[in-house]
Ligand binder design. Structure first.
Ligand SMILES: Cc1cc2nc3c(=O)[nH]c(=O)nc-3n(C[C@H](O)[C@H](O)[C@H](O)COP(=O)(O)OP(=O)(O)OC[C@H]3O[C@@H](n4cnc5c(N)ncnc54)[C@H](O)[C@@H]3O)c2cc1C
Length: 443
């Protein structure tokens, strides 16, 4: 799903607005220093908004759009802030006519440097996606402390305006917002709004473990396709899509694939009496009918089937005909295959296709259009699965006449890189590595 343009516009306005106060502070001197000061201000505003998104408040989804995309903005705001800080540090921000510094201002300068180097290290760790998630998450928490150091630097440093001036108040408000948002994320998850559930049952289905949870107090209200953050017995919360449509008894189901440490542990020894804290629901990956004659193609890859299970259950007899292509390695790896087959048999407007890569090769737009017999001119595609597959399919469908606007997807990963892997691949493809070295690398 796309970011909300209103959120992007508000973010741009928030970062650019301080420019209106700058001409009055210039006095014809120190233009570069003033630009450097603005870079420092822009960094603080970008980081404060980034912290706000990380609170996962409902209002942030209203402003910025679906949370999975909100986290993409969160990452890019952090990277932008880093560029602003580097410019702020490289270009001398000292204004000659302001005079010498007292001890507080010198301390503020030291805090600024601490903030710069701390944030620089943390941003590099963030974009280096090969660092394990749990280690990254631990270091990522320090980000807020370096933001606070940056805010203290701003408040006490010698600058051409006072903290009580309109510009001073404006930037201070963002500093306060960022600090409050960060402090909120530091609260133990039981103190943040969540619902209590307990494990009712669990069963292995293909490569996934389907866990049904029952509410112990109030039940969650959600729409098919939404996801939650689930914390099992107080463990770190992880995002999972609810793999069934809402029911009256309030039970929800999470279908979990073994993708790393935590999910492997869950497969091995899920506590049958576990208490589960559910935060959410989040996300805007919802099915929207476009009206008569419109065609829909749903493409699920692996455990990306979860939102489509909920969508398929919620389909009514009056909905447009849907083709669901379930891409798996082999049929026995496909989770919930019996349930999907039964749904397709019961709902005349749902056709299920299994695309097993072991026997049918890689899924391409041509192949999918051929097996479903759909017309690209009148087609909307919904995709859930790995990022690399999504990128290839978007390009593939674009060549077949389905624009990126008609290809909607859910970001199934919250920590996404900045294309370093892609860059490395491009570089290594271009640089001819001598055979001798290649042989050594292969060993
Ligand atoms: C919106 C959304 C919906 C998802 N729905 C499902 C689903 O229905 N079924 C399913 O099996 N998987 C789903 N996932 C993926 C699932 O969250 C990860 O596979 C799981 O968190 C991996 O945790 P791990 O510790 O086992 O793996 P690790 O090896 O520690 O992590 C693998 C990757 O998972 C992500 N991740 C790990 N821990 C967290 C965390 N605490 N918070 C956020 N991301 C994390 C990171 O991108 C990380 O690089 C979804 C992810 C998102 C963002």
């Amino acid at each position: 799903m796309r970011l909300n343009p209103i959120g992007l516009l508000l973010t741009a306005i928030a970062i650019l607005l301080p420019i209106i106060w700058l001409p009055a502070l210039n006095h014809g001197r120190d233009t570069l220093a003033l630009f450097s000061q603005y870079m420092g201000i822009a960094a603080l505003i970008a980081m404060a908004i980034s912290q706000l998104i990380a609170t996962r408040f409902k209002v942030t989804e209203m402003i910025f759009g679906s949370l999975d995309q909100g986290y993409v903005l969160h990452k890019w705001l952090g990277i932008m802030a880093m560029v602003f800080i580097l410019l702020h540090d490289t270009i001398d921000a000292e204004m000659r006519h302001l005079g010498g510094q007292n001890w507080l201002e010198e301390l503020a300068e030291t805090l600024g440097e601490l903030s710069l180097y701390g944030l620089l290290i943390l941003v590099v760790i963030t974009i280096a996606t090969f660092i394990p998630y749990h280690l990254w998450r631990w270091t990522h928490r320090l980000m807020g402390f370096f933001f606070m150091a940056g805010a203290a630097h701003y408040l006490f440093i010698l600058k051409p305006f006072k903290n009580g001036d309109p510009l001073g108040l404006y930037v201070s408000a963002f500093c306060a917002l960022g600090i409050l948002a960060f402090s909120y994320r530091l609260l133990p998850s039981r103190l943040r709004p969540s619902r209590r559930y307990a494990v009712q049952s669990s069963e292995k289905t293909g490569n996934a473990l389907a866990i049904t949870l029952k509410p112990t107090a109030s039940k969650l209200r959600y729409r098919p396709g939404q996801f939650v953050f689930a914390s099992f017995d107080g463990a770190e919360p992880h995002p999972f899509t609810i793999s069934k449509a809402p029911t009256d008894d309030g039970t929800i189901r999470l279908s979990v694939a073994k993708l790393g440490d935590f999910t492997t542990r869950l497969h091995r020894n899920l506590n049958p009496n576990a208490s589960v804290q559910i935060e959410g629901p989040f996300g805007h990956f919802e099915r929207r009918s476009k009206g008569k004659g419109h065609q829909e193609l749903w493409i699920a890859a692996g455990v990306g089937i979860t939102p489509f299970l909920a969508w398929a259950q919620a389909l009514t007899a009056t909905d447009d005909p849907i083709h669901l292509v379930y891409c798996v390695k082999s049929e026995d790896a496909a989770a919930h295959i019996d349930e999907l087959t039964a749904l397709a048999a019961a709902k005349s407007n749902l056709t299920l296709h299994i695309h097993a890569s072991e026997s049918n090769g890689r899924a391409t737009a041509d192949k999918l259009l051929q097996i479903t017999g759909q017309d690209p001119a009148n087609l909307t595609v919904a995709f859930c699965g790995p990022k690399a597959m999504r990128k290839t399919l978007i390009e593939d469908f674009r060549k077949n006449g389905v624009s990126a606007r008609r290809f909607k997807y859910e970001e199934f990963e919250i920590r996404t890189g900045v294309g370093l892997q892609h860059l490395a691949n491009l570089l290594f493809e271009r640089v001819a590595i001598p055979d001798k070295i290649k042989a050594r690398l292969d060993r």
